[in-house]
Ligand binder design. Structure first.
Ligand SMILES: [Zn+2]
Length: 181
């Protein structure tokens, strides 16, 4: 898939020297935006995110109602972008704490998913199954509501990536009985 030059339309000026940028094809044939004066190059890459599939002792999972864009008012798993100083696992634990009030531990990496974003074009999401190590469930930060639901009573989940992680988890459960709880 070639990257459309229009994706660089917002990159008008160099972040280092302020001179105009121009879209070029680099040595590898890839489309980039490069400064016409100092040569600084803007790379567009997928943005990494972490999502939490939190399973409690009864096998119910935590869903949150989103407060902000994208998809406000819709249900999702707790999730967020990975900060520069975090591993994917640390990001998952931090998002779980911020959005649900629950302390979390990683049970397993479920899968990754290459999704689309209206802001970042592509998002590389990593899904983790989490166990609850403490705390009380409450909606925090960017959630207006947080609740436990059983897998057969899930509300519509707004992100492809989150639906993918839930489906993968369900497939694992079916294969292994209840041992993943
Ligand atoms: Zn420059």
């Amino acid at each position: 898939m070639a990257i459309s030059p229009e994706l660089y339309n917002d990159v008008k000026y160099c972040q280092l020297c302020g001179k105009p940028m121009s879209v070029i094809t680099d040595r590898e044939g890839k489309t980039r935006s490069r400064c016409t004066a100092c040569g600084w190059t803007k790379y567009l890459n997928p943005i990494p995110a972490a999502a939490c599939l939190i399973v409690n002792d009864e096998g119910k999972i935590v869903v949150i109602k989103r407060k902000y864009e994208p998809n406000p008012g819709e249900w999702a798993l707790p999730s967020g972008y990975i900060e520069l100083d975090q591993t994917a696992e640390e990001a998952a634990i931090a998002e779980m704490q911020e959005e649900t009030g629950l302390d979390g531990e990683i049970v397993q990496f479920i899968d990754y998913y290459m999704g689309y974003s209206p802001i970042y074009y592509r998002v590389l999401s990593m899904g983790f199954q989490m166990r609850i190590a403490g705390g009380e469930l409450q909606a925090g930060d960017d959630a207006s509501e947080a609740r436990y639901v059983s897998l057969d009573e899930l509300p519509p989940i707004c992100f492809d990536s989150h639906r993918h992680f839930i489906k993968k988890y369900q497939e694992q459960l079916e294969k292994s009985g209840d041992s993943l709880k």
